[in-house]
Design a protein around this ligand. Structure first.
Ligand code: ATR
Length: 294
């Protein structure tokens, strides 16, 4: 029998807290990075109930954890339990990554950087000067809108079922980053013109996610054009109805796996202070795309 010496008394622990966490592929991503880089870190998940969040955070501090990720539904709520949050995390209204240093918890948001990196890697293009439509007005939409404004996008239009939520994001981005965001209610016929005129269309809602794969956030919109880049933050299924419809029209399509992978990479770099080499990341991403069954 082989002994298992992968975890020792010196192994540092990183975890994910959220609810649910069972479906998460973050352990696979982070443990793969540690294995590739030969770094003595192990990543595990903890399902935490709403009323236990503060106690869980205090407990992680008492345990001297190296850092942790936070996922749905606590990305906003966690902010008040941390000692300091980055300017970008506060702008985005969400923290997904926490580093423990000298007795203090520092909060960051790596989702937006993950989105941008995956967009660049997959298209070889930037967001500068582009007309962008974002569907949805939750945490993912806010992070992407803020990042697109920072990257000097020409126009950003948020289309959402609840107009007030889109307006809230527009106000934060317009007042703090760049005045580029407008918004429409999904039901407003103008939203179809926005989709028609945008160079980049991003789904930042959960519509079309497994198991409800027959739905698209743009319904039966038939106006996709082959010049458009169509991005879905969903990675399960790998090709949503939204992406399949866009692909039929000849668009460049991108799913959310790259965003998930690169937010993990940036979080890992924050925890360890190590810059992960480009060539290793590229190989790792190819392996992950091939081997993750979603
Ligand atoms: P996250 O923070 O992960 O981005 P979220 O806060 O749940 O997710 O936001 C999801 C977004 O998808 C919201 O903008 C939501 O619309 P509302 O603001 O009107 O609630 C949108 N969304 C989710 N399910 C939807 C559905 N069935 N139809 C229309 N919009 C939906």
């Amino acid at each position: 029998m082989h002994i298992d010496n992968r975890i020792s008394g010196k192994t540092k622990i990183i975890c994910l807290i959220g609810n649910p966490v069972e479906h998460s592929i973050s352990p696979i991503l982070h443990n793969t990075i540690s294995r590739f880089m030969d770094i003595d870190l192990a990543y595990v998940t903890f399902k935490v109930e709403k009323n236990d969040l503060e106690t869980a955070v205090k407990g992680l501090k008492a345990l001297n954890i190296q850092g942790f990720n936070i996922t749905v539904p606590y990305k906003k709520e966690i902010i008040k339990y941390l000692d300091e949050n980055s300017k970008n995390a506060l702008l985005m209204g969400a923290v997904n990554t926490v580093k423990y240093m000298d007795g203090r918890f520092y909060g960051y948001n790596t989702d937006a950087d993950g989105f941008l990196r995956s967009f660049r890697e997959e298209t070889g293009e930037s967001l500068m000067g582009r007309k962008i439509a974002i569907i949805g007005a939750g945490g993912a939409a806010r992070a992407i809108a803020a990042k697109a404004a920072m990257e000097d996008a020409k126009e950003i239009c948020i289309i959402n079922r609840t107009l007030s939520k889109a307006q809230e994001i527009a106000e934060v981005v317009n007042n703090n980053i760049k005045k580029t965001v407008s918004c429409f209610c999904t039901e407003d016929a103008n939203s179809l013109d926005v989709l028609d005129e945008s160079e980049i269309i991003i789904n930042a809602t959960s519509i079309g996610m497994y198991p409800e794969t027959e739905f698209s956030p743009v319904g039966s919109f038939k106006g996709f054009k082959k010049e458009q880049i169509v991005y879905d933050v969903i990675y399960n299924p790998g090709k949503t109805k939204f992406l399949a419809d866009a692909e039929k029209a000849g668009c460049t399509i991108i799913n959310g796996l790259g965003m998930l992978f690169y937010q993990a990479v940036y979080a890992y770099e924050i925890w360890t202070g190590i810059k992960l080499p480009e060539d290793i990341l590229k190989n790792m991403y190819i392996s992950i795309k091939e081997q993750i069954n979603i």
